[in-house]
Write a protein that binds this ligand. Structure first.
Ligand code: NAD
Ligand code: LMR
Length: 368
């Protein structure tokens, strides 16, 4: 396939581009905008955020959970969000009432277990952090038996009640299986569009940026480290050699960083000692990814994130996380793996059988 090079947003300096050259875009200023804010008069001192650009409807499924609550808070603070629909099977009225008192323009509504259809109505973006988290000693795959059916039933509701062009962002573990479950469920319902289904792997990139910046004394805000593959242990492959700061690593540093990034989730699970897994860092990462999707559907050009999507990047697996440029319709371009070190190449080759098995498990579950 032809490879081109262009400048991408969010610190991914130049990268090989796989797929068609993007069409020219009209300037964002020519796109329809939300009506001007007619809230508090200027004389009232306020720290509320101003409106910017198009504002959208976001539905959070699992909104009362450890991730769901801080994630919903970040959406409530975002000028990209007009309506925030919170759904959970427990405790959602309290979370919705609490968030609704924050003086930002997003309108918060809570939807209890009988109101999933209404929560999904008109959603531009559906984020799914519903399901059980790990306890010490568990793998993400140990969550499959509980979370597969939760995610499948939510995907069935998305197929039925969400707009056909909604973007579906899956946080629930095991991501390597839950994303294929959502894809297959939407396929079965005849509404699957592979450009609109994303596994959220942004926490791996977040950890990679943090740990590399700490080790090398770099500005974390300017640093990018792509992380590819999947979202579980060895299937997480940080491409340290592609960091945009040009940092280099000894073999010992490479091994230590790989281990910490691949098993960062276990570090949090162990520290929480039975009280769950990463929630605050995940809410941050999930919000960053969702903001990127929202910016892209608002017409911003070149927004690029690593995310686990249906992909042909690796010939042996139908889903893979790599750099993806987002556009008006979701996935616009899936970027190839690019040049990697021998260590990274071996890490990719070694983990493919595990990733393949998890993907197949998700597909088989949905087909059964
Ligand atoms: P949690 O138990 O604190 O919250 C889960 C929420 O889901 C609860 O409020 C629960 O009531 C709700 N829920 C359960 N079944 C539901 C259903 N059918 N419909 C709607 N809501 C339902 O767990 P958490 O810490 O928020 O983690 C949630 C999931 O996210 C876990 O599977 C965890 O492993 C995963 N996770 C993924 C990443 C990632 O990087 N993708 C990172 C951290 C956690
Ligand atoms: C993480 O990476 O923190 C999440 O996938 C949660 C977990 O179970 O580790």
């Amino acid at each position: 396939m032809a490879a081109a090079t262009r400048v991408l947003a969010r610190g991914f300096a130049t990268a090989p581009v796989v797929g068609p050259t993007p069409r020219p875009r009209s300037p964002i200023s020519q796109r329809p905008r939300a009506p001007a804010h007619r809230g508090a008069p200027p004389s009232v001192p306020t720290r509320c955020l101003p409106l910017q650009g198009n504002r959208r409807t976001v539905a959070v499924l699992g909104a009362a959970g450890g991730i769901g609550q801080p994630l919903s808070l970040l959406f409530k603070l975002s000028p990209l969000v007009q309506n925030l629909n919170l759904y959970d099977i427990v405790n959602v009225p309290g979370v919705a009432a609490d968030l609704s008192h924050i003086c930002t323009p997003a309108q918060v509504k809570g939807f209890d277990k009988d109101n999933l259809a209404n929560a999904l109505k008109g959603a531009d973006v559906v984020v799914i952090p519903a399901g059980m988290p790990r306890k010490p000693g568990m793998t993400r795959d140990d969550l499959f038996n509980t979370n597969a059916s939760i995610v499948k039933s939510l995907a069935e509701a998305v197929a039925k009640h969400a707009p056909k062009n909604a973007m579906v962002l899956i946080i629930s573990n095991p991501v390597n299986s839950t994303v294929p479950i959502v894809a297959e469920t939407l396929k079965k319902a005849g509404v699957y569009d592979p450009r609109r289904v994303f596994g959220v792997t942004t926490l791996d990139v977040t950890r990679a940026r943090t740990f590399v910046a700490e080790l090398k004394g770099l500005d974390v805000n300017a640093l990018n480290v792509p992380v590819i593959g999947g979202h579980a242990g060895h299937t997480i492959v940080p491409l340290l050699s592609q960091n945009n700061a040009g940092a280099t690593f000894t073999q010992q540093e490479t091994e230590a960083l790989f281990k910490r990034i691949q098993f960062g989730g276990d570090e949090v699970v162990a520290a929480k000692a039975g009280a769950g897994s990463a929630t605050l860092s995940m809410a941050y990462a999930g919000a960053q990814f969702a903001y990127s999707v929202l910016r892209a559907i608002n017409g911003e050009w070149g927004v690029t994130e690593c995310t686990f999507v249906e992909s042909k990047v690796h010939p042996d697996v139908p889903f893979f996380s790599s750099k993806v440029t987002l556009g008006l319709e979701g996935v616009e371009q899936i970027h190839g793996i690019g040049k990697v070190s021998a260590f990274e190449e071996k890490a990719i080759n070694d983990m493919i059988p595990e990733l393949k098995k998890s993907i197949e498990k998700g597909i088989a579950f949905t087909k059964a």
